[in-house]
Design a protein. Structure first.
Length: 316
């Protein structure tokens, strides 16, 4: 009887907390430094959530260690809806396979709220590389030493190229950089030959003629480059990679709070203003239920496990 009464009191306390939520500012922890797509999305979503919830949403950038520093901070935060994580393919797609031991469980220590946005990748090459299509690149790579750039070990651009290698057998060498900016600069300068990245990082150089796009790593043609065929159209449907971002709370957060956050996020992602601002950055809104986002993350983690194993990548 005492256990039943204690359980009832917990439920009632959670219901009361959820009813008055939020009553103070909310902290949204981001895994990257200020600037860039992830930070832009966090500040856009955070600003709109603040308007609808009636409390400030403070974006806190906690970069480092492949997003594990930020994720660990949120996993250990009080499960009261006042500390949230903007997670990504790095923390909940590839990351769980890159580290032999994480200070948190990427599934059990978090409660999904919603997906936020997808940012499909494209594959580009330096325009002076003597190939004009994907078939020629694959053949050329088997007789010449080619390098691919990435924004860092274990990130989506790196793993997209590893996936491409595993599917096509192209023997490419990875050259990691500290961020997308210097990687793109060396791609344009010809010091590396190939790079996967989101279209906004590359499109100005594509239009100037310094880079050539060979394929879009998305299920549909990239909105910013509709003339470029997808890998699926070119015979490689498994090469489908997007940067993606979502919203998580610590495990144990009351269901009513999760539903409130999900509902407000769903509504803001449907507004014309938010959709247009995301689409202008090459991103697609990704609204849905907490259950749909949980299923999506499960599929992403399963997808990347064999790719990481085959590539032999470890970041410990």
């Amino acid at each position: 009887m005492r256990a039943l009464l204690a359980g009832l009191l917990v439920v009632l306390a959670q219901a009361a907390a959820a009813e008055e939520y939020p009553s103070r500012p909310i902290r949204l922890v981001v895994t990257v430094p200020p600037g860039g797509a992830a930070d832009f999305i966090a500040r856009l979503v955070g600003g709109k959530l603040a308007e609808s919830l009636g409390q400030p949403v403070l974006v806190e950038n906690r970069a480092g260690a492949g997003g594990t520093i930020a994720a660990d901070a949120v996993a250990k935060a009080a499960p009261d809806g006042y500390t949230l994580l903007q997670n990504s393919i790095t923390t909940h797609g590839v990351g769980p396979h890159l580290y032999s031991k994480l200070p948190y469980d990427p599934v059990k220590d978090f409660a999904p709220v919603s997906g936020l946005a997808l940012l499909p990748l494209i594959m580009s090459v330096n325009a002076e590389l003597p190939v004009s299509n994907l078939r020629e690149l694959i053949a050329y790579s088997k007789t010449h030493n080619l390098n691919f750039a990435s924004s860092g070990n274990g990130g989506a651009p790196h793993m997209a190229a590893e996936l491409f290698k595993s599917v096509t057998g192209a023997p490419l060498t990875h050259v990691p950089y500290k961020g997308s900016g210097p990687a793109v600069a060396d791609l344009v300068g010809g010091r590396v030959q190939i790079m996967f990245d989101a279209a906004p990082s590359l499109i100005a150089h594509v239009r100037s003629g310094k880079l050539r796009v060979l394929a879009a790593a998305s299920t549909e043609r990239n909105r910013l480059l509709p003339e470029v065929q997808t890998f699926a159209e070119l015979g490689y449907p498994k090469v489908a990679v997007s940067l993606w971002y979502g919203l998580l709370a610590p495990a144990g957060t009351p269901r009513a709070i999760l539903e409130r956050l999900n509902g407000e996020t769903f509504k803001l992602l449907q507004t014309n203003e938010v959709r247009e601002r995301l689409l202008a950055q090459g991103a697609e809104p990704m609204p849905g239920t907490p259950e749909a986002f949980a299923s999506f993350m499960h599929e992403e983690m399963a997808k990347w496990a064999p790719v990481v194993k085959q590539a032999g990548i470890k970041l410990d």
